[in-house]
Design a protein around this ligand. Structure first.
Ligand SMILES: C[S@@+](CC[C@H](N)C(=O)[O-])C[C@H]1O[C@@H](n2cnc3c(N)ncnc32)[C@H](O)[C@@H]1O
Length: 230
């Protein structure tokens, strides 16, 4: 678990942006849920994995969902809770819990209708990822949805350079010395091999975005995956 590195990052941000707006890809996914899947957000039970400063959790809570954010950085959780107080959101609509997404989850089977993993699980190691996959499948209700945004290797020159220059201890990982952080990237085949044994893949799209890091802009590719528990 890379708690120390993430804690440091939230205390003195170099990578994460402090914005309160939800990820565009989360907005698009919510639109898809409502329009195409006819999902009613009112009372929808959502688990936000690695909820950070809470922007995606809060967005869903503002649309009527009952959201639990799970996060390892205490500073990020404090920030998210402060934002909830500032917005005066009703207390049960969004709560934040300090817990690793790579350790068994403190929830009964089928407790959630929707899981969000917005660029969080790429910080897990192999054994944590095995727990994450098993637990996500266990706590998601049948036919529940799962949105994953994660780092993509295909066509990403920055990812390929990092893999070559700073390889991490596990396959497809690299080390970022400025952050003291390891990250995992996925090819399409690799992503499918990881998720498709447990989830139905509704869609898997590549999206290119610019990430700001240490006041420089890097072109990075991300997978945006819409999954369902069969
Ligand atoms: C790139 S940030 C994304 C935050 C948030 N999902 C968003 O879209 O704003 C990755 C987040 O995952 C959290 N994280 C990393 N490893 C974690 C773990 N093992 N358990 C819980 N959270 C974790 C980090 O602290 C960080 O908040």
């Amino acid at each position: 678990m890379q708690e120390k590195a993430w804690e440091k990052e939230y205390q003195k941000p170099k990578l994460v942006t402090g914005g309160d707006e939800p990820q565009t890809s989360v907005r698009d996914f919510v639109r898809f849920l409502r329009k195409e899947e006819k999902v009613n957000l009112d009372g929808l039970r959502v688990l936000d994995l690695g909820s950070g400063g809470g922007k995606n959790s809060i967005y869903l809570a503002e649309h009527g969902a009952l959201v639990t954010g799970m996060e390892i950085s205490s500073t990020a959780i404090e920030k998210a809770r402060a934002r909830v107080r500032e917005l005066e959101l009703p207390v049960p609509s969004v709560t934040f819990l300090k817990h690793s997404i790579g350790e068994p989850y403190p929830f009964p089977d089928n407790s959630f209708d929707l899981l969000l993993d917005v660029t969080s699980s790429n910080s897990l190691d192999q054994s944590e990822r095995a727990v994450y996959l098993k637990e996500c499948h266990r706590v998601l209700a049948p036919h529940g949805h799962f949105f994953v945004r994660t780092l993509c290797k295909d066509g990403d020159e920055n990812a390929k350079n990092l893999l070559k220059q700073n390889p991490g201890p596990e396959p497809e990982t690299y080390y970022m010395p400025e952050l003291d952080l390891f990250e995992r990237v996925w090819s399409r085949e690799d992503f499918l091999a990881t998720y498709s044994p447990l989830f139905i893949i509704q869609s898997l799209e590549k999206s290119t975005q610019y990430t700001r890091f240490n006041n420089r802009s890097y072109k990075r590719n991300f997978w945006l995956a819409y999954l369902v528990k069969g």
